[in-house]
Design a binder for this molecule. Structure first.
Ligand code: HEC
Length: 229
């Protein structure tokens, strides 16, 4: 018997089909493996956010105007979850800010939300006094209930009336005693943050900064007098 001429062709095409099927299967397996490992990476990241240490150093702070703006202040998140921080800041009845949140009204002061349980008295907020120039940020003072601002006043004491339900964020109507620095002045400071490159002043900024400088001088004089007494 001579094999029919069709047989080898058919078996060749069968072979091809088998190869194609095997390849297809392998591709699907590879695709599944990639999906599974991406999933694992995502799960890993979520787990990280819950347990991660919030590392705060000079490089944690940046040009304020590159942070997310909420009303008259700016927020960021050192663990990458800026959206959750913005959501907390916009919660109409207040909310606990997520771990890693950074809140700033002026370039030289910041609050950073540390790990849960890190500092119960301050709602896990760490207070920072910063110095900034065109080459970046240097942390001056940092800590919890003991940190004072440059006028010698305690951050925590002023912010504590806003503890509930605003998570220590004062704004204008959360129960804190008002400060003599208005939003024209804080806006002028934000627009002239030296870490952002050239200032982008609005009308009236120069006057606002002059007034602020006068206040700072008076503040410094007052605390100097106090230190003499
Ligand atoms: C004399 C009281 C007082 C002291 C001292 C003080 N703050 Fe505040 N802080 C306020 C008030 C009031 C506001 C809200 C101002 C506004 O938005 O009009 C504010 C705003 C802020 C904000 C913007 C978010 C918010 O709460 O509205 C940050 C961040 C902040 N302060 C950090 C600090 C840090 C850090 C220190 C210490 C280095 C400090 N503050 C010291 C009263 C104070």
């Amino acid at each position: 018997m001579h094999p029919s001429p069709v047989t080898p062709t058919r078996s060749a095409s069968n072979g091809l089909r088998t190869v194609a099927r095997t390849l297809g299967l392998q591709l699907r397996l590879v695709a599944t493996a990639i999906t599974v490992s991406l999933g694992l990476v995502a799960v890993g990241q979520v787990a990280d956010a819950a347990t991660a240490m919030v590392k705060v150093d000079d490089n944690s702070f940046k040009c304020m105007r590159q942070m997310a703006q909420v009303r008259h202040f700016y927020v960021d998140n050192l663990l990458g979850d800026v959206m959750s921080t913005v959501t907390a800041a916009n919660a109409p009845k207040g909310a606990i800010y997520p771990v890693g949140s950074v809140v700033q009204l002026v370039p030289t002061e910041a609050m950073v939300k540390r790990e849960a349980g890190f500092s119960p008295a301050t709602g896990d907020w760490e207070f920072f006094e910063l110095s900034v120039n065109d080459s970046g940020t240097k942390i001056g003072k940092r800590g919890f209930a003991e940190v004072n601002n440059r006028f010698g006043k305690n951050c925590f004491t002023c912010h504590v009336p806003a503890r509930e339900p605003w998570d220590f964020v004062c704004e204008t109507d959360h129960g804190c005693e008002p400060i003599p620095i208005d939003h024209k002045m804080t806006g002028a400071l934000q627009r002239s943050d030296p870490r952002c490159g050239p200032a982008v002043p609005e009308a009236g900024d120069t006057m606002a900064l002059l007034k602020l400088r006068a206040l700072v001088t008076i503040g410094a004089t007052v605390s100097w007098f106090k230190s003499l007494l």
